[in-house]
Write a protein of this length. Structure first.
Length: 126
């Protein structure tokens, strides 16, 4: 199963125009939650969804208009650093989206440091 926890940068396309966003995913087993900040007047939203294997689905609800929901589905790349898929509001409003891990993802950096330090802490040789 893909592990999505962390900071991601992405874009979705609405009427052929890309709209950038930042998202922070929090994953607990298959459950997915988080927050998205769109570079649009709609602003900040929360998300709830799930991850099954490399498939991700979630619903996005804007704080300034919670009844306005957008469904996202996507596929995580084999290396776990990219997602691409489709968003849908209804049959007339839909499009593509993609995201990639933010290079400044501190949780990823921390895990790398801990992995290097673990042999020293346990006294074993790497």
């Amino acid at each position: 199963m893909a592990e999505l926890t962390g900071s991601w940068l992405g874009s979705y396309w609405d009427r052929q125009a890309p709209i950038r966003f930042e998202v922070t995913f929090v994953q607990a087993q298959n459950s997915l939650s988080g927050r998205i900040m769109d570079d649009s007047p709609l602003g900040e939203a929360q998300l709830q969804g799930q991850v099954v294997g490399r498939q991700v689905t979630f619903t996005k609800r804007y704080f300034n208009n919670p009844s306005y929901t957008i469904q996202y589905q996507g596929t995580v790349s084999e290396d776990g650093d990219h997602i691409h898929g489709q968003w849908t509001i209804d049959s007339r409003h839909h499009g593509a989206w993609e995201a990639h891990r933010n290079d400044n993802d501190l949780s990823k950096e921390l895990n790398a440091v801990l992995a290097k330090s673990l042999p020293e802490l346990t006294g074993s040789k790497a």
